[in-house]
Design a protein around this ligand. Structure first.
Ligand SMILES: Cc1ncc(COP(=O)(O)O)c(C=O)c1O
Length: 387
């Protein structure tokens, strides 16, 4: 990781160089407080997905605010979180490579020694057996790792689709003393981005029905489903109201990207503010467009291009792809005034997770983007932790 620009702390936001990824700390903290209050009011556990911010500093902040721990997607992310002092980590994903599983077991032992816990998801007999094999050499490993059986509740990614298969996997987990069957993982990722509330409701109702059928079969097989974990920022109120989910994994709510803002707002869930911004500067102006220094090396474009943040004085502009080092800005109407060379603008990234993964540091600003002050530099310590 490159050295953090420490001298920035205490400087006005105008001193932040471009392109830089900036957090509006006030907005981020309000988002977190809203989510914590929501989970508390429904008596649900909150385990935000740290793949979004990739920062052990923010994971600790989430736990101080009331989260029980964090989810991660990768073994290396789990290792970074643990090194940063996070003790309760769930790898909400399948881990298959023997060498990675050795790291999973070593990490579980480290966390256990610190009074913490590691959990992992599985969706195949082979996956359970590989994990069990990796625990063989570990001493005192009884009940070392919590294992969730992943259901594919409509996402079409990992997970088993038949409740009967989930029962077989839970039975296999129960055969291995180092593993503890902890419950079900049921995350419907695609549904998070269904634009209409009605579509999201229908998708999560189907997910809940599959979870319920699985719990019934597990009961019949004398397997206790202690916890159902899942949900993201687009649908969590629906899982929360289902009566079957006990833990929410939403991640993006804390930063709120432009893609999530395109969802029809669901009145049953708290609303979140944009808190992640890319500061950019205009470097060239032509007749009908301006060019800024934010190309797609500074923001991910898998979920659409960034939106120009309508701060006071910012002309109504639309962002177009100018390649990896440039962004093109055009007026929304023919008579929109274009910005001048040297002007700075704020962009709302299309997708927060992969945008954060492009940066070493998030610049935390207190007091707003216009007159605020840099308060904190937040290292993206799990940046590039992909293995
Ligand atoms: C398994 C799992 N849980 C939770 C989340 C969090 O979703 P979001 O960031 O959309 O809130 C994700 C994100 O992709 C995920 O893959």
């Amino acid at each position: 990781m490159k050295p953090l620009p420490d001298a920035l702390v205490g400087q006005p936001v105008s001193a932040v160089d471009t392109p830089s990824l900036v957090i509006d700390l006030d907005a981020m903290e309000r988002n977190l407080a809203r989510m914590v209050a929501f989970a508390k009011s429904r008596k649900l556990r909150l385990r935000p997905h740290a793949k979004m911010h990739k920062s052990s500093t923010l994971a600790r902040l989430q736990m101080q605010a009331g989260a029980v721990g964090v989810c991660v997607q990768k073994t290396a992310e789990a290792e970074v979180m643990a090194a940063g002092g996070v003790n309760d980590i769930y790898i909400s994903n399948e881990v298959i490579a023997p060498a990675k599983l050795q790291r999973v077991v070593a990490l579980a032992q480290t966390l256990a020694r610190r009074g913490g816990r590691l959990a992992m998801a599985v969706d195949s007999l082979e996956g359970v057996q590989r994990l069990a094999l990796a625990t063989r050499a570990a001493t005192g490993a009884d009940g070392l790792i919590d294992v969730f059986v992943e259901l594919d509740v409509g996402h079409g990614r990992c997970g088993v689709t038949a409740p009967e298969t989930a029962v077989l996997l839970a039975q296999e987990i129960a055969r291995h003393p180092a593993l503890r069957f902890a419950g079900l993982q049921a995350y419907h990722g695609r549904a998070q981005h269904f634009r209409g509330v009605a579509e999201r409701r229908a998708a999560i109702a189907a997910a809940v029905a599959l979870v319920q059928r699985t719990i019934t079969l597990m009961d019949q097989a004398s397997l206790k489903v202690e916890l159902v974990t899942g949900a993201g920022s687009g649908s969590f109120a629906l899982e929360a109201g289902s009566g079957v989910y006990g833990e929410l994994q939403a991640g993006s709510f804390m930063f709120m990207d432009a893609d999530y803002a395109r969802n029809e707002a669901d009145p049953s869930q708290p609303q979140f503010e944009h808190a992640l911004f890319l500061k950019t500067q205009v470097m060239s102006v032509c007749d009908d467009h301006a060019v800024c220094d934010a190309g797609h090396k500074s923001h991910a474009i898998d979920s659409g291009l960034p939106r120009v943040h309508p701060l006071s004085g910012t002309p109504d502009l639309e962002f177009f792809n100018g390649g990896d080092e440039h962004g093109i800005l055009r007026g929304l109407t023919p008579d929109t005034r274009l910005p001048a060379i040297g002007d700075t603008l704020w962009l709302i990234p299309g997708h927060c997770d992969p945008t954060v993964n492009l940066h070493d540091v998030l610049i935390g600003v207190r007091g707003g983007l216009e007159t605020g002050v840099v308060e904190q530099l937040i290292g993206v310590d799990a940046r590039g932790a992909l293995s």
